[in-house]
Write a protein that binds this ligand. Sequence first.
Ligand SMILES: Cc1cc2nc3c(=O)[nH]c(=O)nc-3n(C[C@H](O)[C@H](O)[C@H](O)COP(=O)(O)OP(=O)(O)OC[C@H]3O[C@@H](n4cnc5c(N)ncnc54)[C@H](O)[C@@H]3O)c2cc1C
Length: 331
Amino acid sequence: MRLLSATGKHITIVLMQMKISNEGGKSNPESKSDPFIRQNVLMSAHTSLGTGGFADWAAWPSTSEQLREAMEFAHSRNVPVTYVGGGTNILVSDKGIRGLVIFSDHLTSCHSRGRLFCTQSGLSLDNAINTSIEMGLTGLELLGGLPGTVGGAIAGNAGIKEMTISDVLLYIDYMTPDGALHRMQNTGETFAYHHSSFPGDEQCFIIEAGFILNPTRKMAEARLKKEEALRRRTEHGHYRYPSAGCTFRNPVEGSAGRIIDNLGLKGKTVGGAQVSFSHANFIINPEGKATSSDIFELSRLIHETVFKETGIDLQREVRLIGDWDICNTKA
Ligand SMILES: Cc1cc2nc3c(=O)[nH]c(=O)nc-3n(C[C@H](O)[C@H](O)[C@H](O)COP(=O)(O)OP(=O)(O)OC[C@H]3O[C@@H](n4cnc5c(N)ncnc54)[C@H](O)[C@@H]3O)c2cc1C
């Protein structure tokens, strides 16, 4: 793209735009002619734990216009709206979700301009990292292998010990339930450990995010760094069984996994759910037979045991979504 600069000279801006497909083959609409809003959608097909009942309605918008239509659809029926990305950090009730679920995974365009890498929220974080490297930009590689979408990562400020996604985030474009579009610059105050509080928090759907990255010609080195992050996760057994990652946030006393492990809870089961042998803070669904209630009950048992034995009040990291009995949801 050639633009006239403030000094009257022509400058060339390299703008690379791509539409990328997330892998996965889930039961969502695949072509533009498919209706993008569907009734009675089984959520277990859309969560990494493989559990959860039916959502009354689900929408897969591919454009801001369709997203606005989905918001209007819910508003006109006076039903609640729930947002889901990759479903890798949520526990959906076996009773399902009342109202409309809006999935982000058809919003996958991205482009770069100079140091700025802009991506829609539904692109998987792993795909976003690969694409940014191919565009000659680095800075996200340490998050390699982190499951889920860019939007989900921002909503929970996902990350590892060395970095969180907000470290390189410049702005978020989001839509409020009235269909209005907004931009929020990242001032650093919105994000904390595994937490974000952008305006309206869960009322807002993140559409796009902009990251400030570093230009590089050493793309092979960046690819290697990203693959190394993925390899470490594989070695630690992250992908061996269905899970939603860490069940609890790390308390000030240290690693939640170590605390749970020290109490001998690895391998503990409730129904089909089990405390992982590789990572005590992961609850897994090893044979695909667990219900969300099994997983919830096991998390409650862990919480009770840790509190009784150490006095530490672990806080849940995995988000409970859908029709849970509110009085019963304390971890
Ligand atoms: C094996 C494994 C390892 C993991 N390791 C890590 C790790 O190292 N560090 C870490 O932080 N997490 C980790 N996780 C948890 C999870 O991968 C991350 O939290 C991820 O960023 C969630 O993204 P998602 O798209 O799946 O979000 P979802 O699970 O779909 O949603 C999570 C929350 O984000 C909200 N949300 C999603 N998309 C949007 C949107 N577009 N707009 C507004 N709100 C939205 C949802 O409403 C929900 O409240 C791990 C999970 C697994 C299964």
